[in-house]
Design a binder for this molecule. Structure first.
Ligand SMILES: [Zn+2]
Length: 373
């Protein structure tokens, strides 16, 4: 068995009120002119100002799925204002965009050469400005992840992955998620759950990550309904935030077919689909598809979420997804059926496919899209 590399690197400041530590953390990192990377929604609801009232500059135009153009626009502002570090605040999109801006602050363009599928890992060095991640959703885990997903011009969503892309520090303050609307709480929460499920099922050897994934799965399944129904419940919000963080810590095991299917749909121009909501739609079907190749893991996950048999897991998640108000079919999201065959090739080529527990063909991808449609 090959010797695995296991690393958990980001300094994590977790707990209600922790956002007040941000000035101290920036000073510790020697950052005096931070660029705040975020989106309009966070500015409009006042959270951006609460997180960092006086940034040296701000880039608040990150799209729902961050694009290469977003990264270049943020980079221009970073340079124009002589910034020396980045605070990335919001859901996964601003966090991923911030990582890519930090990368290009010291690495030559074009950005695409750093994508995993373009052989980018060896081109990314440790020479980067500090990046502090401040998640305001509980889902992506990007605050402790070494990856960033960026949509490139031709619509491909490519992953930049490197141990040098871990944020320098993460400030996880569950109070920042108290105002998250129910549907977004549900969608992001299902993203966290799908990270725990897929990394646990990944065939790579990393029992440390497995243990973290099961703990995250257990916390998320016990608390997601409450967080959706009673958004002001700080305990449920804290549990969801730690579950999301745990999902992110396990990324290094690799994801699987849920994410392979979800990524191309998230990159379709003009069709802004929520990543976690897409994952929720695929989760039960992919579990059924994978079950014959990971029967023991199905049983372990069943006992983690408190049901008797692994074979009932898909049904368990279907019920959860309906109860928290998420759509269960692609057609509910206005996805045209004619798009699916074209996306199947992109799904097969996705970086997550390699660590799916069951080998996947293009025909399997088409079939999974059809079932989910
Ligand atoms: Zn995800």
């Amino acid at each position: 068995m090959p010797v695995p590399t296991m690393s958990f690197l980001t300094g994590i400041h977790f707990g209600p009120g922790m956002v007040s530590l941000l000035p101290e953390i920036l000073a510790e990192q020697g950052v005096s002119r931070p660029l705040l990377v975020t989106d309009r929604g966070l500015v409009d609801c006042g959270l951006a100002e609460r997180i960092l009232p006086h940034p040296a500059a701000m880039f608040d135009q990150v799209a729902a799925n961050p694009t290469e153009d977003n990264v270049l626009a943020g980079l221009a502002i970073y340079r124009e204002h002589g910034c020396d570090g980045i605070v990335a605040a919001g859901g996964g999109s601003p966090l991923d965009c911030g990582k890519a801006i930090a990368l290009l602050a010291t690495h030559p363009e074009p950005l695409e050469q750093y994508a995993l599928l373009r052989g980018g890992v060896s081109r990314i060095t440790a020479d980067k400005p500090p990046l502090i991640a401040v998640p305001t959703t509980a889902g992506t885990g990007s605050e402790v992840g070494r990856g960033a997903l960026i949509a490139f011009g031709r619509g491909a969503k490519l992953a930049l992955i490197s141990p040098h892309l871990y944020p320098t520090a993460a400030v996880c303050d569950p109070e920042l998620t108290l105002g998250l609307p129910p549907l977004l709480t549900a969608g992001t929460g299902m993203d966290a759950i799908s990270h725990c499920v897929e990394t646990f099922c990944s065939p790579k050897f990393n029992p440390v990550a497995d243990a973290i994934a099961l703990d995250g799965l257990s916390r998320a399944c016990r608390n997601l309904r409450v967080a959706v129904e009673d958004g002001g419940n700080l305990e449920a919000r804290s549990e969801m935030m730690i579950a999301a963080l745990e999902g992110g810590l396990t990324f290094q095991k690799g994801l699987g077919l849920i994410h392979s299917l979800s990524h191309p749909l998230g990159a379709v121009p003009g069709l802004p689909l929520h990543h976690g909501t897409l994952n929720a739609i695929f989760l039960p079907h992919v579990l059924r598809f994978n079950a014959p190749d990971c029967p023991q893991k199905m049983e372990q996950m069943a006992s983690t979420v408190g049901i008797a048999r692994g074979e009932n897991l898909p049904e368990f998640f279907s019920r959860l997804i309906s109860e928290i108000g998420l759509p269960t079919r692609l057609r509910n999201l206005n996805v045209g059926r004619n798009l699916l065959p074209e996306l199947a090739g992109m799904a097969l080529a996705d970086h997550s496919t390699a660590t799916n527990p069951r080998p996947v063909s293009e025909a399997d991808c088409i079939e999974q899209y059809e079932i989910a449609w």
